[in-house]
Design a protein around this ligand. Structure first.
Ligand SMILES: *[C@@H]1O[C@H](CO)[C@@H](O)[C@H](O)[C@H]1NC(C)=O
Ligand SMILES: *[C@@H]1O[C@H](CO)[C@@H](O)[C@H](O)[C@H]1NC(C)=O
Ligand SMILES: *[C@@H]1O[C@H](CO)[C@@H](O)[C@H](O)[C@H]1NC(C)=O
Length: 970
């Protein structure tokens, strides 16, 4: 272990009441202070709304949303939709999940980088802090370029943390600034007016009152400083300010006290609100920079503002699969053709073929035609009697698809790579994606079949199919078993799932099967309610409506539902949307069966396991991996799509028990609830949420609703604890991850346990990685074993690539597994930090002075953009404002640099232009121009170039700064 790791361990073991030194990451404990979660959410909502407003304006649509602090994800998503009306069913789940990814990633900085001065702008580390922001922003831009939006969000969340901390930890707001410090996100600008290393900055506080502890000289000269912070040592340079607070030892030494504004109770707590406000604006300014670099469309995708899901197929391409491939093609073409150009068009298409010995390549595209082309080119060939690499193909899809995607696997063969089962299960749990298997020609026990093409059946026995059933069950998906001739009737489930805003109301699996009556609540927001029942042919059911009407399984069409039966699947399409209340379905079967009830609704739930930092009053961070059996489980649940929902009960339900654990609910505002479950036993649980919605209040009583999460939450008594001290890796470098394995009893490490665990480390990029194959807890080791996993990123890896590393530990009899999930982003050192520079060449002076005559004339604006001799070069030039036309040509400058000559011409009715030039690594330069009246005798602009410390600054450079400020503050 390195010294830092030792320190990290110590810190984690220490009891930490309240925030150590940061805005509270996720939750406040004083009920008033603003958290990193709220700062992040507000900035993302406001900037997204601004982008939608600008798009609406350029499309000539009305945009009536007021952009202020009362924005919610639902309001923004509705306003951003060009077709949504106040009553349309709209899902904000993806948007909420994306924002949650950013704030969880933000919060993790306080765990992973707890003692890094640079990450928190402590100790006057302004250059270091800015380098982190610059490298991160550059990686985000590269991620977006690779359409790696999930990786982009993880990186962005971390960058937000450092940026936001600046406003709490420095004296920026004390200096009277109301606007963000733009130099933090523009690395080609100098950081000026920093207090020197030997410049004293603080004096003693008066008792606990730190209102006046910054030195008057410092404030007068406008010098920037930040607080020193150390939890072990009180050493700090003479006369320097401290961070302050119980844990900061430096604040106990002369000058006593601190300057942080982390919460309202902090040393400078009276400025907490102001620091938070500027931090939101700074976060928006950073988002604006990314928006300009990646364009509006990609920016909205980065924010997750998409209501549509991805269409994701994993297809066996062995010889006997030609019917299945043809059907996958038919159904996907139908979905694509019926939704193209609408907001329901899939946001991305993912295709993974597999056979033996190969799998892949993975295709991820947003272009429907590319997907069509690829699926057209699939052909069934080879194979024979051998099992296929199904799980390897599925693994690629699970890591490529965004969280909570629906993945369809087509195969007729057993999996050859069944050893990946626990890895796949871990990926399902961490991605919350739903996997549905469409299995053709599973052998009934009595006879073997021969398909129409004459391929010998590849003998998928009931036992082989069980692997797929187990994975489907863990994910909340289904296993549909049909003959090849019945396939087309079975794929209706794919069309159902590609509808917008599909939610799960109820789901249960009974294995072994026993007769049970299940109840589920149908609320007024649900449309197109569908129940799926899978089971043997002898299964029967009785459906009962809230008004007491019943329908049995024998007629295919009754008063309550239309029933389609294909293979092992019965699909019940409920005839009515408006019989709300408690429904019942009674299943009679002694074979295993499953029931799933879905519908379309704006009201949806998202959830994440969170973990308290050690100690009674610590904050929480995202927990990945299984919760410990017998211990406490905390889950942050968000109800989307309604501001009028009241959550009344959240429970964890294990249908095989049956065990139900009821959680205690604490509302955190904006539809967020922190739910704590005490003593969750061994089992496979699903999260069930019940509540009341008072919005559908044509009724006098609120309408009851229920939603169920798809993914199972398994508990484990093994703990796998990695120690990570960096989440970004440079291409060509290796990281070592130290981890600890222990067995636990009721959530606590069993210090006297011994045992050997099988260890498996895998990553989704097939990067080189080493891992011990086993670790052993010896007697007398305090019940813990440890090991080190390494991961090497090839030097060819592109900046902006993400890599997910899973470290699994399994006990000796393979009855229990747990794992840790670690996400890294590949971030190359940024070498080009200079923005493209604009030089205005000329502006024509021929517009009529009266605007009523504007349509009679055109004006022209000519400017030169260059990225300089050492820059990466200009990649794109776009018109941000103005509706004229743009022509560009490239010439060579005096110093050999490329110069892009831009000629813009527009009607005099469109008198303003703003051009954006983006270089290869995403630095953004801007140029503005304005039409001139023909009467005005003004000289043609000639740009003067001044030199500051080797940086060439032009007049338009300064124009750029004012443009950004005006964009932010309008
Ligand atoms: C936009 O709003 C104005 C005023 O409320 C209204 O007259 C106009 O019809 C609206 N336009 C569209 C396209 O809805
Ligand atoms: C703290 O000191 C300032 C002046 O130094 C004073 O105005 C303020 O009232 C004091 N606050 C408290 C709570 O005593
Ligand atoms: C500041 O406070 C410390 C601790 O109370 C004290 O030792 C020191 O003399 C004070 N310094 C000044 C300049 O008052």
């Amino acid at each position: 272990m390195t010294a830092r790791q030792t320190v990290m361990l110590l810190v984690v073991v220490l009891c930490l009441p309240g925030p150590l030194h940061s805005f509270y990451p996720l939750f406040t404990f004083d009920g008033k202070s603003i958290t990193h979660r709220q700062l992040t959410q507000m900035a993302c909502l406001k900037k997204t709304a601004e982008v939608c407003r600008d798009i609406a304006a350029s499309d000539g649509r009305n945009f009536t949303l007021t952009i202020d602090d009362s924005l919610t994800a639902d309001k923004v998503q509705r306003a951003c939709s060009s077709t949504a009306t106040s009553t349309s069913v709209l899902s904000t789940a993806m948007f909420r999940i994306s924002i949650a990814t950013m704030y969880f990633s933000n919060a993790i900085v306080d765990v992973v980088y707890v003692l890094s001065e640079d990450h928190h702008f402590d100790d006057e580390r302004f250059e270091g802090g800015r380098d982190i922001i610059t490298a991160g922003v550059s990686a985000v831009k590269q991620s977006v370029k690779l359409e790696n939006f999930v990786a982009g969000r993880w990186t962005l969340g971390r960058v937000f943390h450092t940026l936001q901390d600046f406003y709490s930890h420095s004296n920026w707001v004390e200096l009277g600034n109301n606007a963000p410090y733009s130099a933090l996100i523009t690395p080609d600008q100098p950081l000026e007016n920093l207090a020197g290393p030997s410049t004293p900055t603080c004096r003693n506080c008066t008792g606990d009152n730190c209102t006046d502890n910054l030195l008057p000289d410092l404030l007068q000269q406008g010098l920037l400083t930040s607080g020193y912070f150390n939890i072990f040592s009180s050493a700090k340079p003479d006369g320097k300010c401290s961070h302050g607070g119980t844990f900061d030892q430096t604040s106990k030494r002369d000058p006593v006290g601190g300057i942080n504004k982390d919460s309202i109770g902090s040393s400078h707590g009276s400025l907490h609100q102001k620091a938070a406000d500027v931090a939101v604006n700074a976060t928006m300014e950073l988002l604006e920079d990314i928006r300009r670099a990646v364009g509006d469309k990609n920016f909205l995708r980065l924010m997750g503002l998409s209501q549509s899901t991805v269409l994701c197929f994993v297809i066996d391409t062995t010889g006997s699969m030609s019917d299945d491939i043809a059907e996958a093609k038919r159904v996907s073409f139908e979905i694509i053709d019926s939704k193209r150009g609408t907001e329901q068009e899939p946001s991305a298409y993912i295709l993974v073929p597999f056979n033996d010995p190969g799998f892949g390549p993975l295709l991820v595209t947003t272009d429907a035609d590319v997907f069509k082309d690829n699926i057209n080119r699939l052909s069934a060939s080879g194979g024979g009697d051998v099992p296929e690499l199904c799980l390897s193909g599925l693994q690629l899809a699970l890591t490529a698809a965004p969280s909570s995607s629906e993945i369809f696997v087509f195969t007729d063969a057993p999996a050859k790579d069944a050893y990946l089962k626990s890895t796949i299960t871990a990926l399902i749990e961490s991605s919350k994606s739903v996997v549905t298997f469409i299995l053709t020609d599973v052998l009934a026990s009595r006879r073997r079949r021969r398909s129409s093409q004459g391929w010998a059946s590849r003998a998928m026995s009931q036992a082989d199919a069980q692997l797929y059933r187990d994975l489907a069950r863990a994910s909340g998906g289904q296993t549909i078993e049909v003959t090849k001739s019945d396939l087309s009737a079975a794929t209706s489930v794919i069309e159902d799932s590609s509808a917008s805003a599909v939610v799960t109301v109820f789901q249960v699996v009974k294995s072994p099967g026993v007769p049970v009556q299940f109840n589920f609540t149908v609320d007024g927001s649900l449309r197109n309610i569908t129940a799926y029942v899978t089971g043997s042919s002898s299964l029967t059911f009785v459906l009962t409506s809230p008004t007491g009407e019943t329908q049995t399984s024998s007629p295919s069409s009754g008063n309550l539902a239309t029933v389609t039966t294909v293979g092992n699947l019965r699909r019940l399409s409920l005839n009515t949307d408006n019989i709300t209340g408690e429904w019942q379905i009674r299943i009679e079967s002694s074979d295993p069966y499953s029931v799933k009830v879905t519908g379309q609704s704006s009201v949806s739930i998202i959830y994440n396991l969170v973990e308290a930092h050690e100690g009674a009053h610590g904050d929480f961070s995202l927990k990945e991996g299984r919760p410990l059996s017998g211990g406490n489980v905390s889950i942050l649940v968000t109800v989307t799509g309604s501001d009028t929902v009241n959550v009344t009960e959240v429970s964890l339900f294990d249908s095989s028990g049956p065990i139900t654990v009821i959680g205690s609910i604490q509302s955190e505002g904006s539809g967020n609830y922190l739910v704590t479950f005490t003593g969750v036993p061994v089992g496979n649980f699903v999260l069930i949420l019940k509540g009341e919605d008072s919005s559908s209040s044509s009724r006098s009583t609120p309408s009851s609703f229920q939603r169920q999460a798809s993914t199972q939450i398994k508990t484990s008594s093994i703990s796998v604890t990695p120690q990570v001290n960096n989440t970004s890796i440079e291409p060509g470098s290796t990281v070592s991850i130290f981890f600890e394995v222990a067995t636990t009893v009721n959530g606590v490490v069993n210090g006297s346990a011994t045992g050997t665990f099988t260890v498996q480390a895998s990553n989704d990029r097939s990067y080189a990685s080493t891992s011990p194959s086993t670790v052993t807890i010896e007697a007398g080791n305090g019940g813990k074993a440890n090991g080190t996993v390494t991961l090497t990123v090839p030097s060819s890896a592109a900046s902006g690539t993400d890599v997910t590393l899973t470290i699994e530990a399994q006990n000796a009899d393979a009855s229990d597994t747990n794992y840790a999930v670690l996400r890294f982003s590949v971030t190359a050192k940024v070498t080009d930090v200079t923005r493209p520079v604009c030089q205005v060449v000329s502006t024509s002076e021929n517009c009529p002075s009266s605007s009523s005559l504007c349509s009679s004339a055109q004006w022209e604006f000519i400017a030169n953009f260059t990225d300089g001799i050492n820059g990466t070069g200009i990649e794109s030039i776009t018109v941000r404002q103005g509706n004229g036309t743009l022509n560009t040509s490239t010439v060579s400058g005096a110093g050999g640099e490329n110069i892009t000559v831009v000629t813009y011409s527009a009607s005099c009715c469109s008198p303003n232009v703003e051009l954006t030039a983006v270089d290869v690594v995403g630095n953004v330069g801007t140029c503005v121009g304005q039409a001139r009246e023909s009467t005005t005798v003004a000289p043609v602009t000639t740009a003067t170039t001044t030199s500051t410390g080797g940086r060439a600054l032009t007049t338009s450079y300064f124009v750029w700064i004012s443009v950004v400020v005006s964009v932010i503050w309008k």
